[in-house]
Write a new protein. Structure first.
Length: 269
């Protein structure tokens, strides 16, 4: 059983939902990432999505684009990201780690080599934003043989037949993009999200995480009432950008957001 599936089963038994923070690896610099990952876990994270810096992050808004740029200034590569996961695993062998990024760096490394190195480092899942399921058979087979779950995005405009196709290929969990547009977009319509989740759950038993538009404890709480996981990215990355020259303050502010979200998500009221 994968770490991801085990985590969701434990949470379900506890009547809780997953809190999944996203940060960009190497933002603002290499040495800050692993300590921040441990800080996120201490503050209530159950799974970590670790972004692989890329020069053309088409699905991301200005906040995460800027994070990629900061990381790339220090020449953070896919190999560096895998090294960070390996170092994280020296102290934490329980928290699932999902890499999120784009196909180009993986293709350069090679699917087989990436699968083997990712598994050895302790990666649990991979979400490749620009890889449609129809083109992913070889990739998924290699991930599966290395016990790595392959996660796919579903958007508000994804129709029922397309959802069925995605669910045939996906494992670990599904990532529902709650807003039309890029990361960091503004207004979240929880009722519309709930309606779409009912449609998704009519097809699959996979856990469904919801991201985009999660800004604070209130929105995290609202989404946790209807989803299996709450994914937060831009709200954290904004704090990283604001405090990029002060690691202690950066960790403190990111931790405060996480603690607020975790507390409100766990509030039965």
């Amino acid at each position: 059983m994968s770490r991801l599936i085990k985590t969701f089963e434990v949470l379900k038994a506890q009547g809780k939902k997953a809190l999944i923070p996203f940060i960009t690896a190497g933002d603002p610099q290499y040495a800050f990432t692993v300590p921040l990952m441990h800080e996120l876990v201490s503050a209530g994270a159950t799974i970590i999505e670790l972004g692989v810096p890329f020069s053309d992050p088409m699905a991301d808004g200005p906040v995460i684009q800027a994070a990629d740029e900061r990381a790339l200034l220090h020449h953070i590569s896919l190999m560096d990201v895998l090294d960070m996961v390996k170092h994280f695993r020296e102290k934490d062998n329980n928290t699932p780690i999902v890499l999120m990024g784009y196909l180009n760096p993986i293709e350069i490394l090679g699917y087989q080599r990436f699968a083997e190195l990712a598994a050895a480092a302790g990666v649990d899942g991979i979400l490749v934003v620009d890889m449609p399921p129809e083109e992913a058979s070889e990739f998924i087979a290699l991930m599966t043989s290395n016990q790595i779950d392959t996660i796919f995005l579903i958007s508000p405009t994804t129709n029922l037949e397309r959802i069925k196709k995605i669910c045939e290929f996906a494992s670990g969990y599904l990532y529902y993009v709650s807003l039309k547009g890029v990361t960091g977009a503004s207004t979240l319509d929880v009722d519309s999200v709930a309606e779409k989740l009912l449609e998704i759950r009519s097809i699959t038993d996979l856990p469904v995480g919801v991201g985009f538009g999660i800004k604070d404890g209130k929105t995290a709480q609202a989404v946790s009432r209807i989803a299996d996981a709450v994914v937060v990215g831009s709200a954290l990355v904004k704090q990283i950008a604001e405090h990029q020259n002060n690691q202690q303050q950066m960790n403190k502010q990111v931790s405060a957001i996480m603690q607020e979200m975790r507390g409100m998500m766990d509030d039965p009221g």
